[in-house]
Design a protein around this ligand. Structure first.
Ligand SMILES: C[S@@+](CC[C@H](N)C(=O)[O-])C[C@H]1O[C@@H](n2cnc3c(N)ncnc32)[C@H](O)[C@@H]1O
Length: 202
């Protein structure tokens, strides 16, 4: 996430002050780490972050989900050649793997729960009712976003802040289609922030 979008995202989190935060699509854990730092400033240790992702099980067969270029293909790609040497050749560390993200978030090990698997299998097992904020940024296909939103909207608290990333994304048009469809179907409210975050509310 670029600086200005990250800043807009953290502003939304700091205004909502969620104690229970769910992120679908953790990737390398950068947003997770920043969110945990912020929630730690607000609540001390009294918060919980849950993150769902395929982690290293993301394979080229999932490319219809339009994940970041870094993990599309068989080896993680870096624009910085030094990162390629360090992570791919020396450390042989896949930065979006479950172990790597767990290590990156270990400062908050008592607050963080990471769940590996396809959201179409893992999300139905999650207690959606307890979250104050849900950030939808996993698979970007219409099928996946639609599945997640239908489930979230049917179960979440009425004051839960549901935020979907990459609304209006040039390549991932399924995100906008899924958001627009549920908003119109269930007569919900839609607000767009920073040109990319869609907030859905009742
Ligand atoms: C755009 S990245 C998430 C970025 C992260 N939210 C951030 O701000 O740093 C999308 C992530 O969704 C994951 N993903 C894609 N399809 C998925 C699926 N069907 N179930 C679970 N995770 C999925 C990918 O593995 C990838 O890590």
């Amino acid at each position: 996430m670029k600086y200005n979008h990250g800043h807009a995202f953290l502003k939304i989190v700091s205004e909502k002050k969620p104690k229970h935060f769910l992120e679908i699509g953790v990737f390398t854990g950068v947003t997770a780490r920043n969110t945990c730092e912020l929630l730690n400033d607000i609540h001390g240790k009294d918060f919980q972050y849950t993150g769902l992702d395929l982690f290293e099980d993301y394979v080229p067969e999932h490319d219809h989900e339009i994940a970041p270029n870094m993990i599309r293909g068989n080896q993680q790609k870096f624009s910085n050649p030094l990162k390629h040497i360090v992570y791919n050749l020396i450390l042989k560390e896949q930065l979006n793997s479950f172990n790597s993200v767990t290590k990156f978030l270990k400062k908050f090990k008592n607050q963080v729960e990471l769940v590996k698997g396809d959201s179409k299998k893992t999300l139905p097992e999650i207690e959606i009712e307890k979250y104050d904020m849900i950030f939808v940024d996993g698979g970007h296909s219409f099928e996946t976003v639609n599945f997640e939103l239908q489930l979230i909207i049917s179960k979440c608290k009425k004051d839960c802040l549901v935020l979907v990333d990459d609304y209006d994304h040039q390549v991932a048009s399924g995100v906008k289609k899924a958001v627009d469809q549920i908003v119109s179907e269930k007569k919900l409210k839609l607000n767009i922030f920073s040109g990319r975050f869609a907030q859905i509310s009742f």
